[in-house]
Structure formats: structure tokens, C-alpha cells
Design a protein around this ligand. Sequence first.
Ligand code: ADP
Ligand code: ASP
Ligand code: MG
Length: 438
Amino acid sequence: MKKVVKFGGSSVANAGQFKKVADIIKSDKARRYIVVSAPGKSNPKDEKITDLLYRLYDEITAGKSYKKTMTAIRKKYVSIADDLGLKFNVDYELDKIERDINEGAGRDYAASRGEYLCAHMMSEYLGYDFVDSADMIIFNDDGSVDYDRTYEEIARTLENVKKAVIPGFYGSLHDGSIKTFTRGGSDVTGSLIAKAITADMYENWTDVSGFMVADPRIVKNPKVIETVTYAELRELSYMGASVLHEDAFFPVRKDGIPIHIKNTNDPDAPGTLIVESTCKNSKYMITGIAGKKGFCSVNVDQPMMNSIVGFCMNVLKVFADNGLSIEHMPSGIDTMSVFVHQSEFEDKEQQIISGIHRAVKPETVMVDTGISLIAVVGRGMKSVQGIAGRIFSALAHVGVNIKMIDQGSSELNIIIGVKDSDFETAIRAIYEIFVDAE
Ligand code: ADP
Ligand code: ASP
Ligand code: MG
């Protein structure tokens, strides 16, 4: 049995957390390949090492004073090393990083050192080998992962390594320079390694006891989802449930390797299992709720639009020509609405409105702003009637006006549009009707 085990920033934020990690690893022999993030926050006032490293780079390259930032980084690592009695020479490493940045090393290099140092320290603490991701995860010049090379390098490098600690978040370009994923990317590192070595399981340890039915910052003490499918979770993650990096699904999903979300601070909690497919029903009629603010809808009116061949296609072409991707497109007999991210739309709105006028000569084109989209997701929704009805009545009950409702053809989700100011109220009301009221 082989498990790839990733620990997020809060799981390695201080010496006490390192100890918890070691206990978790030692309690299961299959936990052989350990991916770590950079130390995160120990308390709400603390700063994440990655944020400090970005700041350090910006200060050094702008010729500003960076002493305070460097001191904060040093303090964090020195206190972990001292408390655990590690030999790792933090000062030597930080001096090298400072010198490298001064001599022209890039921003990605600077950011990557958070996980690099952390992995070195964890490897000494556990007595596992350190294996550098820079030698295994290879990016193309356009920023995409060179999957073939990456899987090959990982499999070859780890073939004869029984136990290793591997830094998350980065790899290298073909020329050898360091390249990072987007923020939260250590999840992707774990996933690539799990796929390359055909792991039995990818465990992702974080600071919550699993994937919750709704964002814990909006709903108080939400229930934890026991089992969720990749497809459901993708819908939820895409809509803002940010426990796992969006790109962490593809590598393992293809091979049916399950991901187990677990809590470093409560290792006995069952967590959430993410699987390709399952015969287990969700406990509730829905699996989860997630949402995002900041959309706008472009509403195009034209009597008898439904009988005009190519009308929708020509409207959508205007968005495509302006490089805008669309989120949703509910339509009626005389009207269609196109939902887009407001931040992307703002700069191009007049080109798009005039473009639509030229393309299809509609009666009106009206823009509605400040809309949130909420996804209610569940593999069980297909077989239950009246889900939309329940959502309508829950929202009416708390005085929230629904601006749009759209059901995906997979019947895996229902998307609801509400005003940004109603976002939190709507999520709480939907949670209550499907979970609390059950
Ligand atoms: P890590 O540093 O371990 O990678 P993250 O901060 O990236 O952890 O992800 C965990 C956080 O995701 C939680 O602390 C929580 O605030 C947030 N979160 C957002 N939506 C959800 C959800 N539906 N269920 C659980 N956590 C959620
Ligand atoms: N340390 C990086 C970040 O803060 C990557 C990660 O934590 O996954 O984004
Ligand atoms: Mg994360």
C-alpha cells in the first residue's frame, strides 16, 4: 500500500504542528511520500511564509528596505528548528536566498523557498529523504505542466526511494529555472505524485475535518460531507469552495485514485473521501452548496428570438471575439441572458454591447450588475423531485429575490443568481432547508 500525503500550510505552521504531522505519518506505514506546503498562519494575526516571501522579493527588487520581512521569515523557521532540535542551518539558507534574489533569481524562485525550507526541515525531523520537486515537476514555457515528462521523472526518481519529503507548489521550466503553480498549488504537487507512482490513496491534510456542505465562514458549524464524487467536487470548487486547488483533480481522477481530506488537528475525524463514483447516497438530498460574488448578466431582448436561426450563436460569438468566457446562459422565448465575471466584462462592456447590436439587431441589450451565483450540487438530485421548489420557498421565506435559476444538463447542479447583498443569507437559507430541516 502506498499513500501520498500532503500537509497544508497550517499543518506545518510551528513545531507543535510538525509533531502532529510526525505522529500521523508514523501511525501508518503506507504514508511514504510526504508533500509539504510552506508554513502558514499559527494564529489569525500571523502571516503566511509565502506571502512574506513574495513581499521580500518585491522589496528587494524595488530597492526598498526588507529587514523587517526577512526577520519575520527567519523567526518562523528558527523557532521551528530550535523547538525541534534540528541541525538544519536556517541562517545559511536564508542568506543564500537573499543573495540569489539580489543576483536576479525570479519571483517564483523566491516564493518556492517556503516549501523548499519546510521540506528540508520535515525530512530531517522524520528521518526521510528530501527529494526536490524542481527535478521532477516540469513546466512548459506557457506555464502548463509537461505531464509526460513530469510523470516519467517522478516515477524514475522515486522508484528507489522508500520514504521521502517533497516540497509542494513548484517545479522547474525546461531551462531549469523555478516555476510555481498558482496559489494553493501544493495540492497539485501531491496529485501529480500520487498519479505518477500509482498511489492507493492521496491524503490531503488540512485544518478542517473534511469538505463541508457549505463554507464554514458563512454557515456556522456546517456538516461534513462523507463521500463526494470528483464531478460534484469540481462543481463546488469551481464555485468557490476552496479546500482543494482546482487543478488537483485531473491527475488522480483519470486513474481512479481517491483523495481523502483529513484534519491534522483532529486525525480521528473521518474526513471526506473524494471518489470517481460511489453507491453510497449522500446523507441529505444535496451534497454541497458553494457560490461566488461579482457576476453581471447581459440581457438581450428580441421578440420571437427562439425562431431566429443562429441568434444565440451570434450573440455568443461577440463574447468569444472579445476573449470573454461565459458562465451561464439561461434563455426564454424572447430573451436570453449571458452571465460573465464583472471584473472581466467591465473593460469591454461597450464593445460587447455594440457588438451584439451589430450582430443580431436586438430590441434591447441591458446589463444587470452585482450578481452572485450559487451552486446547489448533488448526485442524488436527479432522482428527487421538487428541489428547485424547495430552494424557491427557502429563499422567499428570507426575502431573497431570485434573479436566475439554471439547471445543468447533467442534473448534478442547480445554479441560482441572487443580488451580491443577499449572497450569505441565501446560502444559509438553502443550507437550513436541506440540512438542518432534514
Ligand atoms: P491548506 O493550507 O491546508 O491547503 P486551505 O486554506 O487551502 O488549507 O483550505 C482549507 C480551508 O478552506 C478551510 O480552512 C476553510 O476555511 C476553507 N473552506 C472553504 N469552503 C469550504 C468547505 N466547503 N468545506 C471546508 N472548508 C472550506
Ligand atoms: N504556499 C503556497 C501558497 O500559500 C502553496 C500552498 O500552500 O499550497 O499558496
Ligand atoms: Mg490549500
